[in-house]
Design a protein around this ligand. Structure first.
Ligand SMILES: Cc1cc2nc3c(=O)[nH]c(=O)nc-3n(C[C@H](O)[C@H](O)[C@H](O)COP(=O)(O)OP(=O)(O)OC[C@H]3O[C@@H](n4cnc5c(N)ncnc54)[C@H](O)[C@@H]3O)c2cc1C
Ligand SMILES: *[C@@H]1O[C@H](CO)[C@@H](O)[C@H](O)[C@H]1NC(C)=O
Ligand SMILES: *[C@@H]1O[C@H](CO)[C@@H](O)[C@H](O)[C@H]1NC(C)=O
Ligand SMILES: *[C@@H]1O[C@H](CO)[C@@H](O)[C@H](O)[C@H]1NC(C)=O
Ligand SMILES: *[C@@H]1O[C@H](CO)[C@@H](O)[C@H](O)[C@H]1NC(C)=O
Ligand SMILES: *[C@@H]1O[C@H](CO)[C@@H](O)[C@H](O)[C@H]1NC(C)=O
Ligand SMILES: *[C@@H]1O[C@H](CO)[C@@H](O)[C@H](O)[C@H]1NC(C)=O
Ligand SMILES: *[C@@H]1O[C@H](CO)[C@@H](O)[C@H](O)[C@H]1NC(C)=O
Length: 609
């Protein structure tokens, strides 16, 4: 233990003493790139996957790599590094501002579909909750794509390459909160909370070993089920650790063989070759050109890739770009309202959209140290921000997603039907505990102190899709997550709402919550009332994925193979959350990092670095 602490201290000292890297590789305009520039790889999208790939592929000095990002640099926004402030970035200039179609399963409400439009992508504004998914998830992943390289034993070394455990920002002893040996030696920094609240120990005291509410000493050690300390991608200095800070700004942006261009939006993929022969089936088209422009009317810049184009634009924009480029369902693309020439008939593009519903449940509490005043009063918020700026301490180092969480299996006899999860080490549902009113659609009331338990269904079965609104790349895609479209999903949400009430059990004399909770808001007596509340108040937790699903060669609904190549063309891969064959039963960012690390190796192998 002592030596482990020492090792972590050493890592901390080294990271503090790194010289400020020059940022020669970062360009603000596509026209900064000379017209005769040549690239081996062009990566579209500087989010989680794109940042990892840009970093790994440019390790080889003989390859020239271009990373295109539609949004600005993350250094232009001073709220991005502050963990607690992430909610203030939703609906801002770094959000794509997408909205779902009216959702029949949610009383026809439309739901914000938040996505980062900034270097680092959604990792620059997400909640930073860190889950690596269960061993069962990965083993099932390998089976679904018929490639054991994707099972846990195949990806474990990539997970080690992604992240490392660091001291919490307040330097408290975290030895009872995590299992250090389950963590790795990569650039993304992971820590437990640097700001404890009055509910944390109560949550831990509510666990009952041997029951469905057991304690889990580290939910990132293979088995996710149980209540655990929440781990976040937050540095030991109390700052967001994003794909951009960990993989680009750290030490990569000075490389001469890498160009990163922000404010550069890809609007179409095409081929510089004559493709007249493709219809004979004997040769596939090589996609080698990206068309770039930031406004509908300005001329398009074309850039070609000698080796590959890699799409990492996220689960909404990657299928959008493929469809705009004629890779998708022939029947849909040929529709006269679109009339897009079909390059590849790939009916799965845009289908199979999976996401997790998120529902806030509120209780009134006797605790005047909740974060409600920080949410309510800008001057209180500003004071804490000043403290963060000065010392990197205080409530601003706390993730807005709470300090503790739990994943739960449904009880025996659950009425919603068969278990769709990857296995017993994955949950069916989730709870996240917050020491204040979490604003998800419903603003904080003017008075009172609150406890929020966010409930979610993680082994979801509803599937939706992403389709084209028009052939104009500047029209947002049509996003339909189809929330609560199966009985399993709504029954599961009702189950976890009851579990949350049951776990608090605040009227019992031995409940850790008995002197803490005053009352429940929206007290329910029937499951029908709970289901109505869930349909009326659930939002998306922003885990959209699976829209360009990976599958075996024989799986014709899967647009990419298990090496992430787009089937039916040459020179094109998809590497991002679009490729999930199944949504993980947890927060998915670590899964995207792992996929991107493995993809970098697959690409290096194919081109014999
Ligand atoms: C609000 C929010 C909260 C979340 N909270 C968590 C959490 O707590 N824990 C967790 O594990 N996961 C969380 N997630 C999910 C996680 O962040 C995503 O799953 C992950 O970032 C997906 O990675 P990606 O590489 O697929 O896409 P992104 O990280 O979204 O990156 C895609 C990038 O491509 C760029 N791009 C898109 N289109 C184009 C184009 N045409 N041309 C050029 N560039 C383009 C985008 O601007 C973006 O930078 C959250 C997501 C959101 C939005
Ligand atoms: C999102 O909407 C907000 C509010 O209308 C706006 O200020 C912001 O610029 C929009 N974001 C983008 C990327 O257009
Ligand atoms: C939702 O909209 C559909 C189509 O307009 C309609 O048929 C349905 O009754 C609506 N549902 C609710 C709950 O309003
Ligand atoms: C949690 O349990 C411990 C040990 O039983 C007890 O000392 C402590 O007071 C409890 N804390 C809370 C907040 O319930
Ligand atoms: C098409 O293929 C034939 C036979 O391989 C070849 O002779 C011809 O030049 C090709 N045409 C084009 C336009 O590439
Ligand atoms: C905090 O709450 C307690 C009991 O609810 C109350 O007695 C006390 O005055 C409050 N303190 C402040 C600073 O509001
Ligand atoms: C708890 O007790 C209060 C007061 O006795 C009562 O009104 C409430 O319904 C009880 N709540 C539960 C969940 O049993
Ligand atoms: C849904 O929420 C709205 C706004 O909070 C409320 O007015 C309405 O009564 C709710 N409907 C149901 C069915 O719960």
């Amino acid at each position: 233990m002592a030596s482990l602490r020492f090792a972590r201290l050493l890592v901390l000292l080294l990271s503090l003493s790194l010289p400020l890297a020059t940022q020669a590789a970062l360009h603000n305009f596509i026209d900064d790139i000379p017209s005769d520039a040549k690239y081996d790889y062009v990566i579209v999208g500087g989010g989680i996957a794109g940042s990892v790939l840009a970093s790994r592929l440019s390790e080889s000095e003989k390859w020239k790599v271009l990373l295109l990002e539609a949004g600005p640099s993350d250094t232009t926004n001073d709220k991005i590094p502050i963990p607690f402030e992430n909610g203030r970035l939703f609906g801002s200039e770094v959000d794509w501002n997408y909205t779902s179609t009216p959702q029949p399963g949610a009383f026809n409400r439309t739901i914000p579909m938040i996505r980062g439009k900034v270097l680092g992508g959604s990792s620059s504004l997400n909640h930073m909750t860190w889950n690596r998914a269960s061993n069962d998830y990965w083993d099932n992943f390998g089976r679904l794509v018929d490639d054991p390289g994707w099972s846990w034993s195949g990806v474990e070394r990539y997970y080690d390459k992604v992240q490392r455990l660091v001291f919490p920002p307040d330097e408290h002893d975290d030895s009872k909160e995590v299992i250090p040996s389950a963590h790795g030696r990569g650039p993304v920094q992971i820590s437990t909370t640097g700001f404890h609240t009055n509910i944390d120990q109560r949550v831990l005291n509510s666990t009952r070993d041997g029951s469905r509410y057991s304690f889990n000493p580290d939910s990132n050690a293979g088995d996710m089920v149980g209540i655990a300390w929440l781990q976040s991608s937050i540095t030991s200095r109390g700052e967001r650790s994003s794909a951009s800070t960990a993989y680009l700004h750290s030490s990569v942006l000075h490389r001469k063989n890498l160009d990163v261009v922000v404010n550069a939006r890809a609007v179409k993929l095409s081929s510089s070759q004559n493709n007249a022969n493709r219809s004979d089936g004997s040769r596939k088209i090589r996609i080698d050109t990206v068309e770039i422009t930031n406004t509908p009317d300005s001329p398009r810049r074309k850039i070609t890739a000698a080796k590959e184009i890699i799409l990492s634009s996220g689960a909404f924009n990657t299928p959008h770009l493929l469809l705009l480029s004629g890779i998708g369902s022939q029947a849909d693309l040929a529709n006269p309202s679109l009339n897009i020439p079909v390059l590849v008939n790939s009916p799965g593009v845009g289908k199979h959209l999976a996401d997790h519903p998120l529902l806030p449940n509120y209780w009134l509490v006797a605790d005047n140290n909740t974060f409600d005043d920080v949410t309510r009063y800008p001057d209180v918020e500003e004071r804490w921000i000043k403290e963060w700026q000065k010392e990197r301490k205080g409530i601003m180092v706390m993730p807005h997603a709470g300090n503790t969480l739990g994943f739960f299996r449904h009880p025996e006899g659950f009425r919603g039907g068969e278990d769709p999860s990857s296995g017993k080490r994955s949950g069916n549902t989730e709870m996240i505990y917050l020491n204040g009113w979490a604003e998800f659609g419903q603003p904080v009331p003017r008075t009172g102190n609150y406890l929020t338990i966010l409930t979610s269904v993680v082994s979801v079965t509803s599937l939706g899709q992403v389709t084209l609104r028009s052939s104009n790349p500047f029209d947002p895609p049509v996003i339909n997550p189809n929330i609560f479209s199966t009985p399993y999903d709504i029954d599961s949400m009702v189950q976890v709402m009851k579990d949350a009430e049951d776990l608090l059990n605040f009227n019992a004399t031995d409940s850790p919550w008995k002197d803490y909770i005053i009352s429940k808001l929206n007290p329910f007596t029937t499951d029908a009332e709970r289901a109505d509340y869930a349909r009326n108040n659930s939002v998306s937790i922003s885990h959209g994925s699976g829209t360009v699903r990976m599958g075996s060669q024989h799986d014709h609904e899967a647009p990419v193979d298990s090496s992430l190549r787009v089937k039916g063309v040459k020179g094109l891969r998809v590497v991002d959350a679009s490729v999930f064959p199944k949504i993980p039963e947890c927060h998915p960012q670590a899964v995207v990092y792992v996929i991107a690390e493995k993809a970098a190796d697959l690409i290096k192998e194919d081109h014999k670095e």
